[in-house]
Design a protein around this ligand. Structure first.
Ligand SMILES: [Ca+2]
Ligand SMILES: [Ca+2]
Length: 390
């Protein structure tokens, strides 16, 4: 009649006949069993049972395991929705009982396994289960990021607090975060971290990235938070211009004006499949910077994802080594932007008495090239005059 065994990653349960009044003398049990090393979260959507102090007549009781002998997580009745419940193991038992009279609408709830998350938005955040409270033991959580083709993924860990390394092996043997450059654990391992060592910001080679949190049977800390952003990869340059291509499918429903290089007058054009910015360095405020002997032409690409609720403009640094015609693009994180602003402040102080190297419009090779041209013209003129005189 009611109850059962549920083994999916997520599912819905409700009292018999819901939303019609439940029967008297009901006795239902749902045993939820998710994949090993995951925990179960139960969320009530609706709740109305006969009320009495102590919940002795009609009630929902929850147990942290497969049977009523496991730890009691709570007993609920009345019309107040119970709080979200998280197990410590991969099993949850839900028991619903009613007595011989007086009913109610009953309840409806859904459960999910907290440790399987698939992310496909262009940017997002995630964190260890229960963050900022301590994470469960014996879990193995997967966050699988897959963006549209033409995107790479940049991943940051603003907060990192796991159990420390094994002092004997100096490895992350107990709890760890592992990041794979793809969608499975057979792909290249970008690194494994634990303790409070923050991973550097990581960039995927393709449009997929997998983050795995593994914890052992004891000692837990606060966990981690992570943020990721999609980077459009198609940036190229010649000696005089940038070409930036972003597949339209990677930025669904974004007006072309929201993508621009340097300033809003250099907004993207729409082609059949892409947003395209093709622009001369002299336009759009592209600056040249010296890095040793190499002159890099640098600008910022802005993609405005803001909606009514939230301001969200992503900034990307685009660079071109014009001599070698090699372009690159990277996301500017909030942290990098803060450092950059600091540097600009100190730079503007420094520049008041010294000339910054940034402002030089031409590199040495251009000057040499022009000098040779001028010399060639002079020699030609001398040759012509000499011929005429003869
Ligand atoms: Ca009753
Ligand atoms: Ca541990």
């Amino acid at each position: 009649m009611c109850g059962g065994v549920l083994t999916g990653l997520s599912g819905v349960i409700s009292s018999p006949g819901y939303p019609r009044e439940y029967s008297n003398n009901a006795d239902c049990s749902w045993a939820i069993h998710v994949s090993n090393n995951s925990v179960v979260t139960l969320v009530f959507l609706d709740f109305q049972l006969e009320d009495n102090e102590g919940c002795n007549f009609d009630f929902v009781a929850l147990f942290d395991g497969p049977t009523v002998t496991h730890r009691h997580l709570g007993k609920y009745c009345g019309a107040d929705k119970p709080p979200n419940i998280v197990t410590t193991s991969n099993q949850l038992l839900v028991v619903f009982k009613s007595d011989f009279n007086i009913g109610g609408r009953g309840f409806k709830a859904y459960y999910y396994s907290e440790c399987q998350q698939f992310l496909s938005a262009v940017s997002g955040d995630f964190s260890s289960p229960h963050f900022p409270n301590i994470y469960p033991n014996n879990i193995n959580c997967h966050w699988s990021i897959t963006l549209a083709a033409g995107y790479r993924i940049k991943l940051f860990f603003p907060i990192m607090d796991l159990e420390d390394r094994n002092s004997l092996s100096d490895e992350c043997d107990y709890d760890s975060i592992a990041v794979y450059d793809g969608d499975s654990q057979t792909d290249t391992l970008l690194g494994r971290w634990c303790g409070r060592e923050k991973p550097p910001s990581l960039v995927s080679k393709s449009n997929k990235l997998l983050v795995v949190l593994s914890t052992d049977r004891n000692v837990a800390h606060r966990g981690f938070t992570a943020s990721y952003l999609g980077v459009p990869v198609n940036v190229s340059c010649t000696r005089s211009e940038f070409t930036i291509l972003i597949p339209q499918q990677s930025l669904p429903q974004l007006e072309r004006e929201r993508i621009y290089l340097g300033n809003p007058t250099c907004a993207a054009q729409l082609t059949a499949t892409s947003y395209k910015i093709l622009t001369q360095f002299v336009n759009c405020g592209t600056a040249s910077q010296k890095h040793g002997n190499i002159t890099m032409l640098v600008n910022k690409l802005y993609i405005d994802f803001s909606d009514g609720k939230r301001q969200n403009v992503q900034e990307y640094k685009v660079k071109c080594d014009a001599l070698r015609k090699i372009a690159s693009v990277s996301i500017i994180s909030a942290e990098e932007r803060r450092l950059e602003e600091q540097n600009q402040q100190t730079d503007s102080v420094d520049n008041s008495d010294t000339e910054g190297p940034k402002a030089e419009p031409h590199d040495l090779s251009d000057i040499v090239f022009i000098s040779i041209c001028v010399l060639a013209v002079i020699l030609m003129v001398i040759a012509i005059i000499w011929l005429v005189l003869l």
